[in-house]
Design a protein around this ligand. Structure first.
Ligand SMILES: Cc1cc2nc3c(=O)[nH]c(=O)nc-3n(C[C@H](O)[C@H](O)[C@H](O)COP(=O)(O)OP(=O)(O)OC[C@H]3O[C@@H](n4cnc5c(N)ncnc54)[C@H](O)[C@@H]3O)c2cc1C
Length: 617
């Protein structure tokens, strides 16, 4: 089984090296290795194997991947930001085989038709990408068969577990607020409504990661000695020959996995690629590798002490994510009805596994939505936002503004504020923020701190929609029959006497009929309190993208339509670094699609036939 932690001599030179074994990297490596058993592929992943890691295979344990001591995620500390009350936001990304697909919340969310069309790149229209979107999945959800795939490596289902009572209740509550249920919000066309959300899990509730779908079957079937996976190893930089052709990479052991034994500093090794080097290290990984290799903005490289190979000013520029905000509500749920036993550590992993706890199959997210505001709501959001709306959204009915969804429990970073009880959290993230950040190196080594700026809330046009989302989701929650008030530490501090004041309700005070609930009226001071809360709390949706844009070179582009890095040869980028514009949903599906499309492009260049079927082997 060619999964290595240290490479034997025979595989120090291969046909294709792929740097980064995350969602897109695994997809690409699996497809190419399966297409031609004579094509040798080396996939290099900085983190560990993911095959039987409990927090990976059981979605219910997902928050464990975000604990600081975990070895399944990478944590990127952003610069302190005055727009975020001086905070240094931490942005985690996947840090083991499978990347984000191994550690994420598992929400199955596709982009919108308008998204890929808006990239305005030949070969990347939604119509041309639909076959790749279908190849990814074995879909077990509702909707029209023409929109989905049924034989791909990644399973999409409800995993055999839902909290139906809670989900039905929220769907009725959102209906009473004016948001209808849509059967399939993931058909690329629907853009406003709520859905019984699906996840990337098998029917029996095991997480369907990119590695479990595209890599492990090949490593285990005995027919693919051409696929090599090197884990626990960092790619430092790409090596070029005198003609600026990528000929290999320099790697070094990931210090998190090096035992403290006698010996010197771990060495750097050169691995060679005969045909191609591909970077798939994600939006916070690929741009730094390229800058360490001498490709990027000359001033930034000079400051970092890296000799210039090719000037590309767009490198690391235009970082995007989806700014995320969350509010926790009190409920009258019983202990066994929420995820709080996992979220707050009341039940150990060992106990959950020994009990075969059904909630291990769950991510707590049964209710989600993509929402467009009414014109009256847009007016209320002020002239600056209205001008943005009129330009980008008004006539583009396919473009939603906000994702809103619930998590069945207490999701909050500060455990000390927790009080006994059962909770429910409402999350909102803005789908097309106008703010941009950046990521750059400050030195030549992987260990050098990144200059990372999320850009969150820098552009004031991003504030009114998040204020709107807070009010909107509070109204939905107030109409659910389990709502018993707001959990204060996770809500704005409204001025004394405000009609928007937070409340705690006991069963007697709760109004049993949804129609009795009247919308809260917010004053300008209340809106200011919500904005202050946003600046104190907004963080990442873990959807980093856009740092190596697929765009014309003179428009800050880094790769062309075939994912070639401008100005050098033999080097492509295949991951979420390349989207030039954001997408209307969670990003993992788009990363899979980029992996599939990248495989199609490379196979075409190598003269290989890729089947249109999703079957891997
Ligand atoms: C906590 C979390 C929750 C999320 N929830 C969802 C969700 O519910 N639904 C959804 O659709 N999306 C979700 N996402 C986002 C989604 O998982 C990512 O957008 C997606 O994984 C990005 O794919 P990628 O291939 O571009 O990069 P990644 O999947 O991040 O893969 C990059 C890989 O490269 C490796 N790497 C980086 N640098 C190096 C180096 N120098 N050398 C070697 N290896 C390196 C990393 O370890 C990583 O494994 C979530 C992400 C996270 C982190």
């Amino acid at each position: 089984m060619p999964l290595w932690k240290a490479l034997p001599d025979g595989v120090r030179e291969v046909d294709i090296i792929i740097a980064g074994g995350g969602t897109a990297g695994c997809t690409l490596a699996g497809r190419l290795a399966a297409a031609d058993p004579d094509l040798s592929i080396l996939l290099i992943e900085g983190g560990r194997d993911n095959y039987d890691v409990p927090s990976v295979v059981h979605l219910g344990l997902m928050t464990q991947n975000l604990a600081p001591q975990t070895l399944t995620a990478n944590f990127h500390k952003a610069n302190a930001s005055k727009e975020l009350a001086g905070r240094e936001v931490i942005v985690p990304t996947g840090g083991c085989l499978g990347g984000g697909s191994s550690v994420n919340l598992g929400l199955y969310t596709r982009g919108q038709r308008v998204d890929y069309d808006s990239w305005e790149t030949q070969g990347w229209s939604t119509k041309e990408l639909l076959p790749y979107l279908k190849k990814i999945e074995t879909y077990h959800g509702p909707g029209d068969a023409k929109d989905h795939g049924f034989d791909g490596p990644i399973h999409v289902s409800d995993g055999g577990f839902r909290q139906k009572k809670m989900m039905d209740d929220l769907i009725e509550a959102s209906g009473a607020t004016g948001w209808p249920e849509v059967r399939d919000l993931q058909n690329l066309e629907e853009s406003s409504g709520v859905q019984r959300w699906l996840r990337t899990v098998t029917l029996d509730g095991r997480r369907s990661t990119a590695a479990h779908g595209y890599i492990h079957p090949l490593l285990r079937d005995g027919n693919h000695p051409n696929l090599h996976v090197l884990t626990e190893t960092h790619v430092v930089r790409v090596l070029f020959d005198e003609n600026k052709r990528a000929v290999g990479v320099e790697v070094t052991p990931n210090p998190n996995f090096v035992p403290a034994l006698p010996g010197g500093t771990p060495s750097k090794t050169t691995l060679r690629a005969r045909k191609l080097v591909v970077l798939s290290a994600g939006a916070l990984g690929s741009a730094p590798i390229l800058e360490r290799s001498g490709v990027g903005n000359p001033d930034i490289l000079k400051r970092a002490g890296v000799p210039l190979v090719e000037a590309l000013p767009g490198m690391g520029f235009a970082y995007q994510d989806h700014p995320f905000t969350l509010n926790v509500y009190k409920t009258n749920f019983a202990w066994e009805e929420t995820m709080d036993r996992f979220y707050t550590g009341q039940k150990t992993v060992e106990e959950a596994l020994a009990d075969k706890d059904e909630m291990l199959k769950w991510n707590g997210v049964d209710f989600g939505s993509k929402l467009r505001p009414s014109e009256a709501d847009v007016e209320r959001m002020g002239p600056e936002f209205k001008a943005f709306w009129d330009k980008e959204f008004k006539d583009e009915l396919n473009r939603p503004l906000m994702f809103s969804g619930t998590l069945a429990g207490f999701i909050y970073s500060d455990p000390t504020v927790h009080q006994p009880g059962q909770y429910h959290s409402f999350a909102n993230f803005l789908l097309y923020p106008r703010s941009r950040g950046h990521v750059h190196i400050t030195g030549p080594e992987v260990s050098d701190q990144l200059d990372f700026d999320t850009g969150f809330l820098r552009d004031t046009v991003d504030i009114p929609p998040l204020v709107w989302a807070y009010k909107n989701t509070r109204e939905i929650m107030r109409r659910s029959s389990f709502y018993r008030g707001e959990f204060e530490p996770t809500h704005p501090v409204f001025p004394a006497g405000s009609r928007a004041a937070l409340r705690t309700l006991d069963d007697k005070l709760y109004k049993s009929s949804r129609s009795e609930v009247e919308n809260i009226e917010y004053t300008a001071e209340d809106d200011a309190a919500i904005e202050e809360f946003l600046r104190r709390t907004v963080g990442t949706t873990w959807h980093s993208l856009g740092t190596c844009m697929m765009a014309p070179r003179d428009e800050m582009g880094v790769v062309d339509k075939d994912l070639n890095v401008y100005g050098v040869t033999g080097l492509k980028i295949v991951d979420l670094s390349i989207p030039p514009r954001n997408i209307g949903g969670n990003t993992n599906n788009t990363a899979f699609m980029i992996g599939e499309k990248g495989a199609g492009i490379i196979a075409g260049e190598l003269g290989l036939e890729l089947s249109i079927s999703g079957r891997l082997i």
